[in-house]
Write a protein that binds this ligand. Structure first.
Ligand code: C2E
Ligand code: CA
Ligand code: CA
Length: 616
């Protein structure tokens, strides 16, 4: 056993930032930080209190390149030792470069897996910013091999030393120093013993996973002291609502777990969950200021029939997630359906990472029609995922998850990279596709490489429209986005504002982006034939757009009547299933050949006979 004084000295004197995280058995990327040393705090700005129970993602700042972020997650998921040189942010937001190494450690006695994260701040931007030195992949000759063996030996020694250290740090106490409740470590030991008793014919029990909904904001607005006071009052409340036979633990910053033996009545369980949620609806006062911080609770039962009773904690966590996504400040009971959903999301996440690597995204195209001539003026590029097992998937099946993973930008990049060749094929075949419109996520718009990619693509900027969503400017245009928009306009790329009317846009925001084209969302277009109020709304949107010199697209044109109404009301361009659903590049080529670009014949129908009250 290493003397604690030596460990204290490592904590104080090591110039390398060190942190230890307890990781999930199944997935190395899921972890909770437990300890860090002084150098770590000096480099990152996060101290032991900040990191306790936090995921490793606290170390991934907004300035980190997306590729580096993905690489780190992938390596962690696979339990690989690796080092990267990356740009990231301190707690204060300040950017800096660091060399970050992750070493997997294991504790054979408890069966736990840990990560050691070590950081060295780099003085300046490295020449070769990202060095993916997973040792095995960078060895190329004998000399390096010797070096490799030496490093492995050193790492093994370090592994043993740090693993001892991790155990000492974690075992020091059973108590959470702030609240006096059980700490994570003690909770885990207790859980094992409850499960053992259950398997020996003992009582079934419930697990309550409690998470505060706005703890971070209390900390940020009222300060750490207020945060501590809130945690203390939650601990007090939980003690009051539970009995001697229950176990209460604080297992992360604002996460609590309760184990309660199953009594005769299921009410014991639901009334405790109810009571916690209700109590947390009351305001929390600190030094004359008061605020609200509700709690969400997930509940699951460990039964004798479970194959893996340890699963009950994950089940409760899933139920908690369900409570959170259903509006917070409530509790949910675990159901098998949640399990299936969580598995499906997990599979989607890993499939999406592979899809990015294998570039499984293909562009589909939907025509935009000139409302006065009926000729195609452009095609909107809509991404499809050519999933190896599930076939072609529409964006609705994956974009939201991709956005939450932060890889939407990557998907946009991949889709865009396929377009030069596709357009060249149209040109070679002598088929006239005048313009394409691409959808660009906020992340991609904030990425300066977008401009490079467009310049390098060989696609004439005058042939390109970029569609952005209102939310981009509702989120306050950042400097980079502002710069990118300016550059795009300078290059001659057209800017369109997508789904206009759905995101609480202000005219001021509209002026900020100053798009050339305004696309009216299909939810406003679809009722225009029947509903006068909708027509009035569309009229006023068109009025605003036209007064600012913009051209208007009507989306979701599904019928001849939609087309006539929208055209007559002043929309310049029309898009919708009436003229064509999104199709592959070759199908679009075929369609263009057959129609010679004439997708509609507006003059053929006598507008007046369709509906006498048609607005003029
Ligand atoms: P969006 O940009 O508003 O694209 C139009 C969506 O409406 C497309 O759905 C299209 O198939 C559908 N649509 C077109 N005409 C009609 C119609 O007449 N009736 C009905 N009911 N629907 C119609 P899709 O392809 O499923 O795309 C959904 C959304 O996903 C897009 O909405 C866009 O926001 C996003 N998206 C698509 N491709 C990309 C992409 O490459 N990058 C990014 N960032 N987002 C994309
Ligand atoms: Ca669009
Ligand atoms: Ca749209």
């Amino acid at each position: 056993m290493i003397p604690p004084q030596i460990i204290d000295q490592i904590s104080d004197k090591s110039s390398e930032g060190l942190a230890l995280a307890l990781a999930s058995d199944e997935d190395g990327a899921i972890m909770e930080l437990q300890w860090c040393n002084k150098a770590f705090t000096r480099i990152t700005g996060y101290d032991n209190r900040d990191i306790l129970g936090q995921r490793g993602t606290i170390l991934i700042g907004t300035s980190m390149a997306q590729g580096d972020h993905l690489l780190i997650i992938e390596k962690l998921m696979n339990w690989e030792h690796f080092s990267v040189k990356v740009r990231t942010n301190r707690k204060s937001g300040e950017e800096y470069w660091q060399k970050m190494s992750w070493t997997p450690l294991s504790d054979p006695s408890m069966g736990d897996r840990w990560w050691l994260c070590s950081l060295i701040e780099l003085d300046e931007t490295p020449h070769n910013p990202v060095v993916h030195s997973t040792l095995a992949t960078t060895i190329s000759n004998q000399e390096l091999l010797a070096d490799y063996a030496e490093k492995i030996e050193r790492l093994e020694k370090e592994n043993t030393r740090l693993f001892e250290m991790a155990r000492t740090v974690a075992k020091e106490s059973k108590e959470d120093p702030l609240t006096g409740l059980s700490n994570r470590r003690h909770f885990e030991v207790e859980l094992k013993s409850w499960i053992q008793k259950l398997q020996n014919g003992g009582t079934e029990f419930a697990v309550f996973y409690v998470d505060l909904d706005r703890f971070k904001s209390v900390n940020d607005t009222l300060g750490h002291d207020a945060g501590d006071r809130l945690l203390l009052s939650v601990a007090k409340m939980l003690r009051r609502l539970t009995s001697e036979t229950d176990l209460i633990a604080r297992i992360g910053g604002d996460e609590f777990v309760i184990l309660r033996p199953l009594g005769n009545s299921a009410l014991d369980i639901s009334s405790l969950a109810d009571a916690i949620v209700q109590e947390m609806h009351a305001p929390f006062a600190f030094e004359g200021k008061s605020t609200f911080c509700s709690a969400s609770v997930g509940v699951a039962i460990a039964t004798a029939s479970m194959d893996i009773p340890e699963q009950v904690v994950t089940d409760a966590d899933m139920a908690l997630y369900h409570a959170k996504t259903n509006g917070r400040g409530r509790w949910s009971f675990f159901t098998e359906e949640m399990h299936a959903d969580a598995l499906a999301t997990k599979r989607l996440v890993s499939d999406l990472l592979i899809a990015c690597e294998k570039r499984e995204f293909v562009p589909y195209f939907q025509p935009l029609i000139d409302a006065s001539t009926g000729k195609i003026v452009s095609a909107e590029v809509l991404v499809r995922w050519a999933h190896p097992k599930l076939g072609l998937l529409p964006p609705g099946a994956f974009l939201e998850t991709a956005a939450s993973m932060g890889i939407l930008k990557r998907i946009d990049e991949i889709t865009f990279s396929t377009l030069p060749e596709t357009l060249a094929e149209f040109d070679r075949a002598g088929i006239d596709l005048p313009r394409i419109s691409i959808n660009v996520s906020a992340g991609r718009l904030a990425d300066p490489t977008l401009i490079h990619d467009i310049k390098r693509s060989g696609i004439a900027p005058e042939r390109l429209t970029i569609e952005i969503l209102e939310s981009v400017y509702l989120e306050r245009i950042g400097d980079v986005v502002h710069w990118t928009l300016g550059e795009l306009k300078e290059l001659g790329v057209t800017i369109a504002l997508d789904d206009f009317g759905t995101g609480h846009a202000s005219v001021q925001g509209l002026l900020k982006i100053n798009p050339t084209i305004l696309k009216i969302d299909r939810q406003f277009i679809q009722p225009i034939v029947e509903d006068e109020t909708s027509r009035a709304l569309v009229h006023s949107i068109i009025g605003i757009g036209k007064s600012l010199g913009m051209r208007i697209v009507a989306e979701g044109v599904e019928t001849e009547q939609h087309a006539l109404f929208a055209g007559r009301m002043g929309c310049d361009f029309l898009q919708g299933f009436h003229f064509g659903k999104p199709v592959s590049a070759s199908d679009l080529q075929q369609r263009l050949l057959e129609t010679n670009g004439q997708f509609w014949f507006p003059a053929e129908t006598d507008i007046a006979t369709l509906r006498p009250e048609l607005p003029c």
